[in-house]
Design a protein around this ligand. Structure first.
Ligand code: NAP
Length: 509
């Protein structure tokens, strides 16, 4: 009987209401190469029927490792029977070939002597689940270790970024305890990827063709091929993006592909950081440690106060989108700025150009300062004249109302509002003529926005937002790694992610 240490690093959790569905999804996973499946028998309308499924699956695929569990509703499962009935079902699951069973600590404490039934027949995993938060984990582990078992599983809910660090630190602090520790929820997603890296026995994935059994799960394919959970070493460098929301970011697809292309022992994670949690994230980033990260809405301005060194252009813009640590100091830069000037300068000489910036948010600010630095003659427009005037004053540009701008002709227009972005694809700032010969739309989802299509029809040259995205992303890669960025691989990953060939980033329920 294999020890828990020799189990595969990824378990696919299967919870379905009928035995047919459970078997169908289990088969699908095994056929696609998965060998470690958790059967949530309590999710079946009749949990006993899972025993037949175990037998049927193992008859066809004897190498599969099945971990059976039948969690009681008192412990957030769906099984309504007694502890005795729960043990009876798990006993039948072991007789059918389950190599391991998971029993909640609450049941184990109530029926310690009955656990003897499994000795020598299956590996016993004791589990602790907390759906409210992440309590003092040493206390939890002490409680669990009082009941002898082959392995222990601590699953909490992340309420703030540093909860990731706390669950991961638990596994690292107890290298002799066979332990699986992670935090559920979107905030806890990094712990799912990093759990095996920090010494955890394995991590959980959702089935590839159905919802997972817990919030924050992604498919085994994503864990293996996008985040490369199994390949990362203990010393892997951790990068990521901080945002709220973060789930639709294409940056994990792009940067992980880049690390893979350069064969780097590094991973890039989506960190959900709510506006009030930036300080907590920085505390976590210091200790995890995080080597560098991208910053996006709503943190680009506020991050500046947590940095030791900020590059001059970023300081003038007042926004940082790239952070990294060198010699113990947090440093910040703004790669959105070259993301605008580099693609645009392929179409015209910036120093001689008259350029209209549309918008007055963070991205418009980056454009305005970068283009002013490059010597362009700038005008700024937007829907809020007061904010437009304030930005224009800050960077020496001319504030113009939309109607005034509409009747002029600029060499280039840089669109920096969210108009036209999915799902509002029919929105456009200039509904009639677009007043420029080169039109740059920062919006990249969809690739061909209404603005880009109209500009083409009008005979203008166009710059798609994806060019900016790639420029800023490749510069981030170079800052972080000191290596040249694999641009073609990054572009392919970005286009695939935008085309939706990627899966949603995680299960949120
Ligand atoms: P932001 O700070 O939230 O600013 C949004 C801007 O859009 C503000 O000026 C806002 O005007 C304006 N706006 C929103 N709705 C509008 C409407 N209905 N009519 C007119 N103006 C409207 O966001 P941001 O960071 O600057 O980003 C702006 C856009 O650039 C987003 O679509 C973002 O995805 C894109 N972007 C792309 C890249 C890239 O790599 N391609 C990089 C950064 C940003 P008010 O101030 O009046 O509210």
């Amino acid at each position: 009987m294999p020890s828990p240490e020799s189990f595969p690093r990824i378990a696919v959790a299967l919870g379905f209401s009928t035995p047919e569905k459970l078997l169908e999804h289990a088969r699908r996973e095994v056929v696609s190469g998965e060998t470690f499946l958790e059967f949530r028998l309590d999710c079946l309308d009749e949990p006993e029927q899972g025993v037949g499924v175990i037998r049927g699956l193992l008859a066809a695929y004897p190498d599969a490792t099945i971990l059976a569990t039948c969690r009681r509703h008192q412990n957030h499962g769906r099984f309504n029977g007694s502890v005795e009935e729960q043990i009876r079902i798990l006993d039948a699951a072991v007789a059918a070939g389950s190599r391991a069973i998971d029993i909640e600590i609450e049941t184990a404490e109530a029926a310690t002597t009955k656990l003897e039934l499994f000795r020598g027949r299956a590996r016993l995993l004791l589990s602790y689940h907390n759906y409210e938060g992440t309590p003092a984990l040493e206390t939890v582990l002490r409680r669990m270790l009082r009941v002898p078992a082959d392995a222990y599983k601590v699953v909490t809910t992340a309420r703030k970024p540093s909860d990731n660090l706390r669950v991961l630190a638990l596994a690292r602090a107890h290298p002799r305890v066979p332990l699986m520790a992670l935090a559920m929820g979107e905030i806890g997603f990094p712990s799912r990827v990093l759990s095996p890296v920090f010494g955890g026995l394995y991590t959980y994935a959702a089935p590839s063709a159905a919802e997972g059994t817990a919030a924050g799960q992604v498919s085994a394919r994503q864990l293996r091929h996008l985040y490369r959970t199994e390949k990362l070493s203990r010393d892997a460098r951790v990068y990521g993006v901080i945002a709220d929301p973060v789930r639709h970011s294409i940056s994990p697809a792009v940067h992980n592909r880049a690390f893979q292309a350069r064969r780097m022992d590094a991973v890039y994670l989506p960190f959900l950081v709510q506006p009030a949690q930036l300080k907590d994230f920085m505390t976590m980033a210091e200790s995890l440690p995080v080597a560098g990260f991208s910053v996006t809405i709503p943190h680009k301005q506020k991050i500046v106060r947590y940095l030791d060194i900020v590059e001059p252009l970023a300081r003038r813009i007042g926004a940082v989108n790239t952070v990294w640590r060198r010699a113990g100091k947090w440093r910040g830069a703004n790669t959105d700025a070259p993301g605008i000037t580099v693609p645009l300068s392929k179409h015209l000489r910036l120093a001689r150009a008259s350029i209209l910036v549309v918008g007055n948010g963070g991205a418009a600010r980056s454009a305005a300062f970068a283009l002013a630095d490059a010597g362009a003659t700038l005008a700024i427009t937007g829907r809020n004249p007061d904010r437009v005037r304030a930005l224009a004053k800050a960077c020496g540009a001319e504030p113009v109302l939309r109607d005034q701008a509409a009747v002029r002709t600029f060499d280039a227009l840089v669109h920096a509002t969210s108009l036209g972005m999915c799902p509002n694809v029919n929105e456009i700032f200039f509904p009639e003529r677009i007043p420029a010969s080169v039109v740059f739309d920062m919006v990249y989802n969809p690739l061909d926005t209404l603005l880009i299509r109209r500009a083409r029809e009008q005979g203008a040259e166009v710059v798609q937002g994806i060019e900016m995205f790639l420029e800023q992303a490749t510069r981030q890669f170079e800052i972080w790694t000191g290596d040249s960025a694999p641009r073609a691989a990054m572009q392919k990953a970005a286009l695939e992610a935008l085309a939706g060939s990627g899966e949603p980033i995680m299960n949120s329920k």
